[in-house]
Design a protein around this ligand. Structure first.
Ligand code: DC
Length: 233
């Protein structure tokens, strides 16, 4: 059954890296996949969001690369499980909900584009990955953070599908918005994340493309597990 944990010794200790544009289903898929495999889930976007939240709260401009790079090196960001859910903390403060705010979402791309910020975050992510048994997701996990990952996936879907999914998610959590507004935001973020100078979002030459336009989340997880089974046997 797809919701059961799978227990294959050949699938132990691996690094699974999943990249893709905003709204492609990366987070939900990666989270579920990690759960099924009994792996650690590494949400690299949450780290850039946490830094953005900290910057906005402390009146640091998202354009101030020097200051942000220094903060990125020292900021005490931690992932911890709370009621079996992945939570993120800065200095012991649970910021899991705050990092999803509209303001943080709007500014995270600019914060994440600074070279020094990326270097500091990638260093931390590699450190976390040393333990293995990890599902990492983001924009550069298949290219820069874990170029030697055992499985590399590039998740994608049409802008329309991605916008529709985000819309339903936001409406469910009580945010008032429109599909058009989200589509415009996704297009702007895709553009920015794909065209920045340092570690832009791109498909690694050896990543497997999974187009999720017509897939359910369960279907995406099943698909990746079957890819793992056939590649890692
Ligand atoms: O996946 P997300 O929406 O939570 O990511 C938040 C921001 O961080 C997004 O603007 C892209 C950026 N990001 C990045 O530059 N590199 C990553 N590995 C992950 C996210």
């Amino acid at each position: 059954m797809s919701t059961q944990k799978i227990n294959l010794s050949s699938l132990k200790g691996k690094i699974i890296a999943i990249d893709g544009p905003a709204g492609s289903g990366k987070s939900t898929t990666s989270k579920m996949l990690a759960e099924r495999l009994g792996y650690t889930y590494l949400d690299t976007g949450a780290m850039y969001r946490a830094l953005t939240y900290f910057a906005l709260k402390n009146s640091i401009s998202p354009a101030d690369g020097d200051k942000l790079s220094t903060v990125a090196k020292n900021i005490p960001i931690e992932f911890k499980q709370v009621n079996e859910k992945n939570h993120i903390f800065i200095n012991g403060e649970d910021v899991t909900a705050d990092i999803r705010s509209r303001d943080v979402t709007k500014n995270a791309s600019e914060v994440a584009a600074h070279k020094g910020v990326r270097e500091a975050m990638v260093k931390r992510q590699k450190e976390i990955g040393k333990q293995g048994s990890i599902v990492a997701e983001g924009r550069d996990t298949t290219t820069v953070v874990f170029p030697h990952a055992d499985i590399k996936i590039y998740l994608t879907a049409s802008v329309k599908d991605r916008a529709q999914r985000r819309f339903l998610e936001l409406i469910k959590s009580g945010v008032s918005t429109t599909v058009e507004e989200i589509e415009a935001d996704i297009t702007r973020r895709d553009e920015f994340d794909s065209n920045r100078e340092h570690s832009p979002l791109m498909k690694s030459h050896d990543a497997i493309i999974v187009d999720t336009s017509n897939m359910t989340i369960e279907g995406q997880v099943d698909h990746i597990v079957s890819l793992m089974r056939s590649i890692l046997k």
